[in-house]
Design a protein around this ligand. Structure first.
Ligand code: PNS
Length: 162
């Protein structure tokens, strides 16, 4: 079976993430969306809250039966080796993502040579969305419709404003 993982902070999941998940689910037999810890980022949503938002978001996509949602607090490669997954999928929005992502891809491949990273370009009209901008917009009273999955919009606003 052709399996891949989409790792990330997902704090919270955006329409950009959902686009990558949906397109990957058309290519692979099984996709694991895994919430991991990025020590460089201060997060707002707990890991469990992030998982719940992902589960709710993917329920709207056609191939949701192929998608597993999980979390892990250690190294991504350790999780992948435990689960027998050897392909990482990362979305690229711009050149600015590339430098960071290529470093991660090289490091993961150096630590686990059986693991490869595939990059998917984010759909153009979603390429400007980031989780941090979502939090900022809500905090200052702006609207996030069209930026996050519509069925989790209110959950996100409630959490940010609580
Ligand atoms: O959405 P993000 O913040 O760009 O995702 C980055 C993430 C969470 C995938 C990355 O930080 C990660 O893999 N964290 C787990 C620890 C790890 O394996 N780090 C890679 C070696 S430096």
């Amino acid at each position: 079976m052709n399996r891949a993982i989409i790792p990330g902070s997902f704090d919270p999941i955006t329409l950009g993430h959902l686009d990558i998940i949906e397109r990957s689910s058309r290519i692979f037999d099984e996709i694991t969306v895994c919430v991991l810890v990025n020590p460089d980022k201060k997060t707002l949503f707990s890991i469990k809250e992030r998982e719940k938002l992902i589960i709710k978001s993917i329920s709207t996509i056609e191939n949701c039966g192929k998608i597993v949602v999980d979390s892990h607090t250690g190294l991504l490669i350790d999780y992948m080796n435990q689960k027998n997954i050897n392909i990482i999928i990362k979305g690229l929005r711009a050149f600015s993502d590339f430098e960071y992502e290529i470093q991660m891809a090289f490091l993961n491949n150096k630590m686990a040579p059986n693991i490869e990273t595939f990059f998917l370009m984010t759909t153009e009209n979603l390429s400007y969305i980031s989780s941090s901008s979502i939090k900022q917009i809500v905090k200052f009273g702006g609207k996030i419709s069209g930026l996050v999955p519509s069925n989790i919009e209110q959950d996100i606003i409630r959490k940010i404003l609580e």
